[in-house]
Write a protein that binds this ligand. Structure first.
Ligand code: GLA
Ligand code: ZN
Length: 671
């Protein structure tokens, strides 16, 4: 693989095929003024380049590539396989998906192909091959973008058959399947592989993402994620034949539920993702998604898409405020982004995305606020050159994010319908974010020893090997934070018998006997040893100490006085167990103690309302300082005197930073 990009790719999805040729030339002139240096082409052009089963026609794409080549662009070549052409569906209806309700779709939409349709598999691989054969050796094609935002499910007969094969490989015998899914329950015992049907509404699935057999439904999610991943691999294999050194990616979607991105990351050369916060998305959530996307390969990533200003598909598509695009883009780079790309370069004139923001709006020229903001950012990124590319984020905190847990936790029937995985993780992330600790989002099988503190909120499913890995980590001095809804099931969603939190019981030094679920209008209190009292709600573990010490006990109800927050010494390390949802100040108190025990520190010593993130380059640290708050924020003392890569001026302690202002401060390293 080539070693990274030679510049910050600045560009995005470009569909000149939707426009007459005069417009192409005009685009090139405008884009030059915006310092755009890259375009992602051919994302949805299958029907154009294969207008009939035996006909491939690359003439228009050739012209586009030639034009971009003349203009010295980096081309991100997409493969167009995310929406099948109408002729294919007419001839081979099986390529369309069957949905959760059991309806086989006719033509329409996108992300519409059944991943297990042999016809789809044949034609998507063939298309990737033809594209790679034609453009693979073109030095301008510096990245391959397979398909687009993989996701969704299919429940057709081809998928049912493939699922049985997948299960056979995993379990070998039907007895093992019955055991894994606990099929004795409701007498669902199967005696033959053919008796297994996909868990949609016609089977064991229930509406609203519920299921009668979570083991089955979790396996189906694993299988679907794997099926789509096989599609990705099949295209990648074709591309490799002709472009062995060019990175191959597909655009991911942050905390998207459908795919096990950590598994996907192993097959991707570089992660890319699409960042679409809405008007009320907290910046901490955006930061967490970036950290997760960086975490997938523990490496810098591409920002494949963001809108220059407006959305079209959200409930309320507010404009990006002046300066917001710039701040959001630098936040991306701060958290590991090595490219800034838009959806899209020119706004479509029709169909459902005609209101989606673009570099060139419907007015058709560069005389717009959005264009000017895009151009200013482009000039800055060009001036930054390669200074940020490839640098690594500095982190001491690891937060476990695990798709099996995501699926398992949200399939549970009980104890509360409000159990949402990402929300739970985000509460823990937010504390570290607000204090400016560097955070890595890590998989369940991460090397924990890289982090001073590891938080594994709602670790409902403890998979094979995890107990040992966590015990090893803590015994060597690591600090681990656990919460309610942990250690409940194994990887098949069967409860660990013998008391919660199952395999984590001796590590946490507590036994959780029961868990109370509180309705939104109910709450309890956590009373700390120093008298501090904070409210807690949602779920309340009723636990007994088995070696741990109580840091706080419940304030009311029949379990008043029972421990709610505990700390256990295990080997050289410590384990915190948080048995209820603490109000923010209470959680901050616990996590501050844990960070203190771990000797973990924020990236700067001062408390500040600014977002400060650090990337380590070869001979320096880069401090990305951004103000996302409404009021001005003074620059912290410890950053005094450092040169700002964006202005060339030195930062002054106390100097006010306005909302959306950004600095990239460079601190030389001695070696
Ligand atoms: C996604 C898709 C794009 C486009 C944008 C609109 O990210 O990949 O094709 O539809 O959404 O926001
Ligand atoms: Zn299918």
């Amino acid at each position: 693989m080539k070693a990274g990009f030679q510049r910050i790719l600045y560009g995005g999805d470009y569909n000149p095929n939707q426009w007459p040729r005069e417009v192409w030339e005009e685009d090139m002139r405008y884009f030059k003024n915006a310092h755009i240096n890259s375009a992602t082409v051919n994302v949805f052009s299958w029907a154009k380049i294969q207008p009939a089963e035996e006909i491939y026609d690359f003439s228009e794409l050739d012209d586009i590539v030639e034009m971009l080549d003349r203009e010295n662009y980096d081309i991100v070549m997409a493969t167009s396989t995310a929406a099948v052409p109408a002729w294919m569906v007419k001839r081979y209806p099986e390529v369309m998906r069957t949905d959760f309700e059991g309806r086989q779709h006719r033509f329409g939409g996108r992300h519409n192909a059944c991943p297990n349709s042999p016809v789809y598999q044949k034609y998507m691989a063939r298309l990737a091959e033809k594209l790679a054969e034609r453009y693979g050796s073109n030095p301008r094609v510096t990245c391959w973008h397979v398909n687009n935002e993989y996701g969704g499910e299919c429940y057709c007969e081809n998928c049912a058959r493939a699922f049985r094969v997948w299960l056979r490989r995993k379990y070998r015998t039907v007895e093992a399947v019955n055991e894994a899914w606990n099929m004795e329950f409701w007498g669902h015992t199967i005696y033959d592989w053919d008796e297994i049907v996909p868990p949609n509404l016609l089977g064991d699935g229930r509406s609203g993402d519920q299921t009668s057999f979570a083991g089955l439904s979790i396996d189906y999610r694993r299988f679907m994620s794997d099926s789509l991943l096989e599609n990705f691999k099949a295209e990648k294999e074709q591309i490799r034949k002709y472009a062995p050194d060019t990175p191959v990616t597909t655009n991911l979607m942050g905390t998207f539920k459908g795919l096990d991105y950590f598994k996907w990351g192993k097959e991707m050369d570089i992660v890319s993702w699409d960042n679409y916060p809405s008007y009320n998305t907290p910046w901490s959530r955006v930061a967490m998604c970036h950290d997760l996307m960086r975490g997938i390969k523990d490496a810098p990533f591409m920002l494949m898409e963001q809108t220059p200003s407006q959305q079209n598909w959200q409930a309320y598509n507010s404009l990006k405020r002046p300066g917001q695009l710039r701040a959001q883009s630098y936040q991306t780079i701060a958290h590991g982004g090595d490219t800034i790309q838009y959806f899209q370069l020119r706004r479509s004139k029709g169909a459902c995305e005609k209101f989606h923001g673009a570099v060139i709006a419907h007015v058709g020229n560069d005389n717009t606020r959005v264009f000017r903001e895009v151009a200013r950012l482009g000039a800055e990124l060009e001036a930054l050159g390669t200074q940020t590319i490839g640098s690594r984020n500095e982190t001491q905190v690891g937060i476990v994010f695990d798709w099996d847990n995501y699926w398992g936790l949200e399939y549970t029937s009980g104890p509360s319908m409000d159990l949402k995985y990402v929300e739970q993780i985000e509460r823990y992330y937010r504390f570290f974010y607000e204090k400016n600790f560097g955070v890595s989002m890590i998989p369940a099988d991460a090397d924990f020893s890289k982090y001073k503190i590891v938080a594994a909120p709602v670790l409902y499913m403890v998979k094979e090997g995890m107990k040992e890995a966590l015990e090893q980590y803590v015994s060597q001095g690591g600090v681990l934070v656990l919460t309610y809804m942990s250690g409940i099931v194994d990887s098949s969603d069967n409860a660990y018998l013998g008391g919660y939190p199952g395999p984590l019981r001796s590590l946490a030094g507590v036994w959780v006997e029961e868990t109370d679920a509180l309705a939104p209008e109910q709450s309890n209190e956590a009373v700390f040893a120093d008298g501090t009292t904070v409210s807690c709600d949602f779920l309340c573990d009723l636990m007994h100490l088995e070696g741990a010490e109580a840091l706080a006990g419940y304030g009311s109800d029949f379990y008043a006085g029972m421990p709610v927050v505990t700390k256990n010494a295990f080997g050289k390390g410590r384990v915190y167990y948080v048995g209820s949802r603490l109000e923010e100040s209470g959680l901050a108190k616990v996590l501050s103690m844990a960070a203190g025990d771990a000797g973990a520190a924020p990236v700067i010593p001062e408390q500040t309302g600014l977002e400060v993130t650090v990337r380590r380059a070869k001979d320096c640290l880069l401090y990305f300082v951004i103000n996302f708050r409404d009021g001005e924020q003074p620059l912290p003392e410890s950053l005094d005197g450092l040169p700002d890569l964006l202005t060339g001026c030195s930062a002054r302690a106390g100097e006010p930073m306005k909302k959306f202002e950004v600095k990239i401060l460079r601190k030389e390293m001695l070696n």
